[in-house]
Design a protein around this ligand. Sequence first.
Ligand code: ATP
Ligand code: LTN
Length: 335
Amino acid sequence: MSEKRVVFSGIQPTGNLHLGNYLGAVKNWVARQDEKINYFCVVDLHSLTLPQDPETLRTQTRSLAAVLMACGIDPDKSTLFIQSHVTAHAEACWLLNCITPLGWLQRMTQFKDKSARQESIGTGLLDYPVLQAADIILYDAHEVPVGEDQKQHVELTRDIAQRFNHIYEQEFFVIPEPVIPEVGARVMGLDDPMAKMSKSLAHTRGHAIRLLDEPKEILRSFKKAVTDSGNEIVFSDDPEKAGVNNLLGIYKAVTEKSEAEVLADFADARGYGDLKVGVAEAVIETLKPIQMRYNELMADPAELDRIMKQGADQARAVSTPKLDEMKHIMGLTLP
Ligand code: ATP
Ligand code: LTN
């Protein structure tokens, strides 16, 4: 039996990936590819829980798959696929719906937040975490690398998997663990260093650095970054220094240097202006190869489709037998 642990994570094709998504999630997925058995999923069915323009969703789904590969997700090392291409996810969701108490879903904070912002709430928004549970348990995933905001959903997945195992009196599902990135991998908005950089705000000027932004735009956004009225370039927990701390954190993450090396790089800086330009240049250098690779991938849609098909075939080969076993355990007949 393989010693390698199974990793599953998903990301919604609802907007342009930003530096927070990259440093907090995708970069870590890439770094640990060789150590694990990996499934990375573009969760387009999850995106349908809020209104989407069909053409935009289609374009963003393909674009996100290309961005993930451009960041280093290697389809020969990881199974990269689009959720709706593997019908087992929606089917397993139905089966899990039937054993999930409604109260568990009504308690989810993301449902409460998102439903408060909507005039009309689709059933899918409430059911969102059950589909997420289906994604994870179909692959017997041990680890789910996600941001802090998703911890509650992974805990719900554990509860659902345990309930299934209990009802049907067998250890059928692996109970997964959330893997939350280290502190410091929380990139803050450049316009407001107290608020997390977020996809939904990525179109607000100066808030986020999107992975596909032009160098000129990246430099402009960094130059406008909110700092403080002082001139001290230090790592600090002081809310006053949150802007400078965020800039140094970004520089540290992209250059993979130690705090001492980072501070040495800015020892001769004549103020925050130099710091901002230095960070912008490091980010531009990091994103340059990603952007080049993205453009190559997008120039060959047939190859991209081939890779997505290959990923879906691999995912199906694992999830279909698991789903069939699940159906059998629950008393359904198989064709
Ligand atoms: P939204 O603003 O629409 O909720 P988002 O920017 O939070 O979107 P998600 O698609 O929910 O992005 O998250 C994808 C992954 O990116 C998550 O697993 C999370 O770990 C990571 N992530 C998102 N924002 C940040 C951030 N600012 N810093 C570090 N990691 C982040
Ligand atoms: N809800 C997650 C996306 C997601 C996911 C998953 C993450 C859907 N299915 C399975 C981990 C595992 C989000 O919004 N970031």
